[in-house]
Design a protein around this ligand. Structure first.
Ligand SMILES: Nc1ncnc2c1ncn2[C@@H]1O[C@H](COP(=O)(O)OP(=O)(O)OP(=O)(O)O)[C@@H](O)[C@H]1O
Length: 592
């Protein structure tokens, strides 16, 4: 019941916010349409009585009234639909906007590491299109309540015992409600299997993975796993569906008994002379209407119960608001001292394993710092912490002496340009791919071209029909397909769009580039870093496994199992005989 009321409240609230006048018109039209139905039964009763009494003129008027009410019953819902169907679409849009806002409501990423959060988000995404029809369900349910109230009055006036009939009608509604709860709970239990099933389907059918799956002939393995996951999920949901069907049938049996009892009562009174033929017609008509009302209400409640669950899930997403609400300090306009990591340790949410362990590191303003280390050493994690996407589990990150945890993270992020190792391939216009790096300059073609040049990506633009306004990828349209290296260059151009950055962090920016492109990129890049450093004292952070690039940095830090094992210039570390020297020698030998 709470879930249902939540759905009704939220859907009406959003509709009022979207267009209160249109909603009022729809409610009025629906009310007229729904109230017509029991009035038809009343007219039929009087019509029968007039006909039995051979009163032709009253019978004629009543026949006209019945016809008019029938027209109202049929037409009002149709006109109401014209008012509320667009409202339903606006509701869905408003909820979609809220989901996007919630997913990005925090500057951090912690919530995305929780499997519960992922499940909730996946379920909401799946259910949202269904909310479009839910405003109609709320209005119809309101109409049914009015209809039921008028029906009860008419039955009660005839015989107070007949008031039991609408009560019997409530039994299948309550049973249906319970049944739906059982199904919802089962769906939640099966959510992880369903999520895995959907993911396997995606893995097996998306272009990026399909070639390797085919070469490995792994489709059978995936199919078997997919089938096993779905059948585990459907066993859980199937069991609940069966119990729910039994519950619903029991509720409907109670109503059928009430229906038979009411007709038996009024026919018995007619036989004994206590009621007229018109009364029998009234009860039979109203009882049939109640039967229809009950089955309609069951369908509507099911839809609204689902919408209520979606609203509850949205409330869950609103719940874990992540640490953006404290009094925040501004980030400095320019870096004078630099960034200091002070005993920084970090474990990902839900894990005790320290990915970074007591890292202490001074990065003076204007420094180009390279971070090296073996796979899994914690390099990308360090970048994410420096971007304010995660907070250290313990220790502090100081930006010119101010704790990053106390700074306005969004402001800090707006002063950092970052290319992640798993950079986004935005299957949108070329312009969006770069312009998202500085939304204020999305339509500033010269700025976009400068970023493209800086990332050595001018040729990518030439390759895209329509240039900056051309579509990339086949996500939703027939866009240009790019190579991995070309996508990476766009990611870099995006990172370089930031104006007056305080930190530019590039995580493996050349992993998909050929040697010539890499060399050209770093020559251009060194100039850019020098410019940014002179302007704002910006720090450049480069994560790379390629020592030809790393050696150009002012300072190099080596991470080993989340700890700083070496720190110095290339010359110092190469002569130091540690892991850096070992990896550097190995790479020089391999390439020579
Ligand atoms: N979102 C996450 N949740 C839990 N653990 C994670 C997450 N991301 C990374 N890790 C773990 O943290 C450790 C460090 O990962 P990270 O990506 O920082 O390493 P890296 O040094 O950048 O490695 P590579 O050179 O392979 O890119 C790894 O053991 C990884 O499994």
């Amino acid at each position: 019941m709470k879930t249902l009321l939540l759905a009704v409240h939220q859907l009406l609230r959003i509709a009022v916010r979207c267009d209160a006048r249109r909603l009022t018109r729809a409610v009025a039209l629906m009310a007229v349409g729904f109230l017509s139905t029991p009035l038809i039964a009343l007219c039929l009763k009087s019509l029968t009585t007039a006909a039995v009494a051979h009163d032709a003129s009253v019978a004629t008027w009543l026949a006209l009234c019945t016809a008019l009410l029938l027209v109202l019953e049929l037409m009002m819902n149709h006109f109401a639909h014209l008012s509320y169907f667009e409202l339903g679409e606006l509701e869905e849009l408003s909820l979609q906007n809220e989901v996007i806002a919630l997913a990005h409501g925090s500057s951090g990423l912690e919530q995305f590491d929780s499997p519960g959060y992922a499940d909730t988000l996946a379920l909401i995404r799946e259910e949202l299109p269904r909310t479009r029809a839910c405003l109609e369900a709320v209005l119809q349910l309101g109409g049914l309540v009015l209809q039921m109230a008028l029906t009860s009055v008419l039955l009660g006036l005839l015989d107070p015992w007949l008031l039991l009939l609408p009560l019997a009608g409530a039994v299948p509604v309550v049973a249906g409600n319970r049944a739906q709860l059982l199904i919802d709970r089962a769906k939640e239990l099966a959510a992880p299997e369903n999520r895995l099933g959907r993911h396997l389907l995606e893995v097996a059918t998306t272009q990026s993975s399909v070639k390797e799956i085919r070469l490995a002939a792994a489709e059978d393995v995936l199919l078997r796993r997919h089938r096993a996951d779905w059948s585990r999920a459907s066993r859980v949901v199937g069991g609940a569906q069966l119990t729910a069907a039994v519950l619903r049938a029991a509720g409907q049996l109670v109503f059928a008994a009430g229906y038979g009892g009411a007709i038996y009562l009024v026919v018995g009174r007619a036989v004994s002379g206590g009621a007229g033929l018109g009364d029998v017609i009234l009860v039979i008509t109203l009882a049939s209407q109640i039967s229809l009302q009950v089955s309609t209400a069951l369908g509507l409640l099911t839809a609204l119960q689902g919408a209520g669950r979606t609203m509850e899930r949205l409330a869950e997403l609103r719940g874990p608001a992540v640490h953006d609400d404290d009094a925040l300090t501004d980030v400095p306009a320019v870096l004078t001292r630099g960034i200091r990591l002070e005993n920084v340790s970090f474990s990902y949410p839900g894990s005790d394993r320290k990915v970074l362990d007591e890292v202490t590191l001074d990065i003076p303003a204007g420094t180009a710092l390279a971070v090296v280390g073996e796979n899994g050493a914690g390099k990308s994690t360090l970048v994410k912490l420096l971007c304010g996407l995660y907070r250290p589990t313990s220790g502090r990150i100081l930006v010119d002496g101010a704790d990053l945890a106390g700074c306005d993270a969004r402001q800090w992020q707006s002063r950092t340009g970052t290319l992640f190792q798993d950079f986004a391939r935005l299957e949108l216009r070329l312009r969006d791919n770069i312009g998202i790096g500085d939304l204020g300059r999305l339509d500033d073609d010269p700025a976009l071209h400068t970023a493209l040049r800086a990332a050595e990506a001018e040729q990518v633009e030439e390759r895209v029909p329509g240039g900056l306004d051309g579509l990339l990828g086949r996500g939703y349209g027939d866009g240009a397909e790019l190579s991995g290296g070309q996508w990476q260059k766009l990611g870099l151009a995006r990172a370089l769009m930031r104006r007056r950055p305080l930190m530019v962090a590039l995580d493996e920016p050349a992993s998909a580039l050929d040697a010539t492109a890499e060399h050209a990129l770093f020559e251009r890049f060194a100039d850019l870093c020098a410019g940014a450093s002179a302007e704002t004292g910006a720090i450049t952070l480069l994560v790379s496994h390629r020592f030809s690039t790393v050696r150009m940095a002012d300072l190099i830090v080596v991470l080993e199992k989340g700890r700083v094992s070496e720190l110095g210039t290339h010359a110092e570390l190469a002569a130091g005989g540690g892991l850096y020297a070992e990896l550097y020698d190995l790479q020089v030998r391999v390439y020579s």
